[in-house]
Write a protein that binds this ligand. Structure first.
Ligand SMILES: [Zn+2]
Length: 268
């Protein structure tokens, strides 16, 4: 057993007995782990109001090959108030967290993914809340998540003809093979093929730093289709079989409250 100081992002919490909390944590050093914080729900000095989505610093009594690890001395490092206070941002974050909960099954270290996730949460916290932009940047993050876990896609060029994609053409993603092609390049359309706007492929190909700039202007319907595509891609490659409630919720949410400046060309 080792006792370590640790930074973690809380992916999910569950009350346990009178005053304790079970937490699914994504840690920099141990990947996804299951922790028990005893006595944390009390109103005395030991009580810390931890919630899903917080970045915490804590001590962990880590036992390799065990399922549950004891967590003590929790301190909240970031609580991302603008995500917490906004329904759309919370919904976007929850899709990402649900895919991480289903898709990361090991306790191997994922330091780059941890830093990537942290940067995204800060970005989401600071960004303006505009429906289509939130959905597109979430899609980019999900393809990035798949990439960090070994299933990256080259969004830069066609695997059949080797050419780069123009922003105005449609490109074809074969989900089960992780291949991107021009719409009309061989082989013929497969069952898991999805068409993406070329502007979206170009946006996904750009480095992460440009994530808030140059976001293509797509309709809510196109952005929603892209998010579904990214979720299907993650579910296929990360072997997630259960239904994503958070994705259904996001659909309802964005269908119910169209954001100003979007919705043009939506013929539904
Ligand atoms: Zn091609």
């Amino acid at each position: 057993m080792s006792i370590e100081k640790c930074n973690s992002i809380i992916l999910a919490t569950m009350p346990y007995r009178e005053s304790s909390i079970l937490m699914y944590l994504f840690t920099r050093k141990h990947g996804r782990i299951h922790g028990l914080a005893k006595g944390i729900r009390t109103s005395d000095r030991r009580g810390v109001p931890v919630e899903r989505g917080y970045l915490i610093e804590h001590m962990i009594y880590f036992k390799p090959h065990r399922d549950l690890h004891q967590v003590t001395d929790c301190h909240i490092r970031e609580h991302y108030p603008a995500i917490r206070g906004n329904l759309e941002k919370t919904a976007v974050r929850d899709v990402l967290f649900d895919l991480m909960l289903g898709g990361i099954k090991d306790t191997d270290p994922h330091p780059e993914l941890f830093d990537y996730l942290r940067r995204y949460l800060s970005h989401l916290d600071e960004t303006a809340c505009e429906g289509s932009v939130l959905l597109l940047s979430l899609s980019k993050i999900l393809f990035g998540l798949a990439g960090h876990l070994g299933f990256g896609i080259d969004f830069g060029r066609c695997v059949a003809c080797g050419k780069g994609f123009g922003e105005t053409i449609a490109v074809r993603l074969t989900i089960d093979r992780g291949m991107l092609r021009c719409r009309d390049c061989p082989p013929a359309q497969a069952k898991t093929d999805r068409l993406l706007p070329g502007s979206a492929a170009a946006y996904f190909a750009r480095p992460e730093a440009s994530q808030s700039r140059e976001i293509p202007r797509l309709t809510d319907k196109e952005s929603s289709a892209l998010l579904h595509c990214a979720c299907d891609y993650c579910r296929h490659h990360l072997e997630i079989h259960r239904r994503l409630e958070s994705l259904s919720f996001i659909e309802h949410l964005f269908a119910a409250s169209p954001q100003p400046g979007n919705g043009g060309g939506d013929d539904s």
